[in-house]
Design a protein around this ligand. Structure first.
Ligand code: SF4
Length: 207
């Protein structure tokens, strides 16, 4: 995976924002896969380009397609609650994007061809932002970075060695947590809380 990251020298916040704006402008015109025909918006990113954490989801849903912003629907609102409870500020502490930037019809899982077509935008975002931590939110995002077969429940909460100098952790997608309400010890919501506490501790170690 490391080889997919371009060496981009953005030494100041201003240069980083400029490089991301340029990449976004290319992405907004993109017709590299069939999803360009059905999208309303290209959903590029949200949050802070100078954040130390990138959170990567699956793909835009209906609310995201309508607004052009990732994680703004019910799942995004639940994610916000978890982030706030863990002591994070979404807009300051995270740069948020998706594996693919256009909504698949009926929210189906993106195909491998679509993920491949969109990969250069995601890798560009990581190269420019240069985070210390990447959170892979849900199975689709995790499968884009891990070749072996796995269930998200087996690998969530683990620190993975995928990139030099970047700590990577898969976590549950909030849409899965919308279907699992229990807060009991060992439940998905309880595990998400523990994972984000772990991320907070790791960030404090790395700063
Ligand atoms: S999903 Fe990605 S590759 Fe496909 S049209 Fe949208 S921006 Fe381009």
């Amino acid at each position: 995976m490391e080889h997919l990251l371009t060496k981009i020298s953005c030494n100041t916040p201003e240069l980083k924002e400029k490089a991301l704006d340029e990449l976004k402008n290319v992405c907004l015109q993109c017709k590299a896969c069939e999803l360009c025909k059905t999208r309303t918006s290209v959903v590029f990113s949200d949050g802070n380009p100078n954040a130390k954490i990138i959170l990567i989801g699956e793909a835009p849903g209906a609310d995201e397609d309508a607004t052009g912003t990732p994680f703004v629907g019910r799942a995004g609102q639940l994610l916000n609650t978890f982030l706030t409870e863990a002591g994070f500020d979404r807009q300051k502490d995270f740069y948020i994007c998706n594996t693919i930037k256009c909504r698949p019809p009926q929210n189906r899982v993106p195909t491998n061809e679509e993920k491949l077509a969109c990969q250069s935008y995601l890798m560009g975002q990581i190269s420019i932002v240069k985070p210390k931590i990447i959170l892979l939110c849900g199975a689709t995002a995790a499968h884009s970075f891990i070749e072996q077969d796995f269930k998200i429940s087996q690998i969530r909460g683990k620190w993975l060695n995928i990139f030099d100098d970047i700590e990577v952790m898969p976590i549950f997608h909030p849409s899965y947590l919308l279907r699992n309400h229990s807060l009991e010890q060992g439940s998905p919501r309880w595990l998400m809380k523990k994972d984000l506490e772990n991320v907070k501790n790791k960030l404090n170690e790395l700063l």
